[in-house]
Design a protein around this ligand. Sequence first.
Ligand code: PMP
Length: 362
Amino acid sequence: MNERIYNFNPGPAVLPEEVLKEVQSELLNFRGTGMSILEISHRAPAYEEVHRWAKADIKELMGLGDDYDVVFTAGGASQTFALIPLNFASEEHPGSYALSGSFSEKAYAEAAHLGVGTVAASTKEEDYARVPAQEELHIAPHAAYLHICLNNTIYGTEYGYTPKTNGVPLFADMSSDILSRPWDFGSYDFIYAGVQKNLGPAGVVLNVAKKSLLEKSPAELPTMLRYSTFQKNDSLYNTPPVFAIYMVGKVAAWIKAQGGLAAMGKRNAEKAALLYGAVDSSDGFYCGHAAEGSRSRMNITFRLRDAALEQKFVAEAKERGLSGIKGHRSVGGMRASIYNAMPLAGVEKLAAFMDEFRRANR
Ligand code: PMP
């Protein structure tokens, strides 16, 4: 294959082509150092600048001030599921979890394993076709935090609101919709995202949190499990995933150049509307998984009325350069992931293929 395809994979996922080209051009000799960014010390001034700018651009995009800090950790969002209760919850002050899909279940499981988790709400009985509503959230009294997963990558659902918590700190896994729209990030106390969907390659977790929280990890935790270690040392206590952070900085700069979160939000809404339009106008040939009001703008999940046609759909889509559309095994059907870097042209092509396939197979 000589040409790039349209990559609808859920993550690792499509990255902006401009960014990939820029990285390629810098790969052998990073800013006159005579070394690749892949070879450079994390203490080198050229890297320090990358690190500083990545953090600054992210905070600027999120509109957050000095009371927030950006911390880079490794281990994936999955390790963060454990780090959060270890650092912030206790038996007296458990974490309260809103269950809206597989990843919020996994986050809760880590807290439950430590004996410090409670369930605030769950939509499991509805096959996670929607996120919990505000009035369904029963936040534990004295909870250390309410944890939500803002966008549910597998089920294709997304919160359209920020929960009110009555003073309980609000924590959110934003792995699959971070920086995809203007959002009231300042209402959240702890935000984290595995960056491999909207922000970069796999290998780093972006954490943006209130400084006052990051500072207060329990002293008895091992050094590398304490957020305070990362905060005090500017995420440079040990060797961070230098290349992944460099890419995050590049993607953040790309988002700014595109017009920031307002432009991202507009484009993402337009893309999602095209695919939901193809589902809704199909006379039941396609059937969306997510309930109206919870539909994700990032992961569009749908089935074919005739499940026997699903394999054919995937194969024919692939022949047209539309790749990664098969749904997660726990939901089945299709899932088109259309993160920030998916061009409108890719979504238009998929929507046109959906119409064409329906006409040919009804
Ligand atoms: N949370 C969400 C919302 C996800 O989509 C994913 C990965 N698909 C994870 C957490 C787990 O991330 P990781 O693989 O970085 O541990």
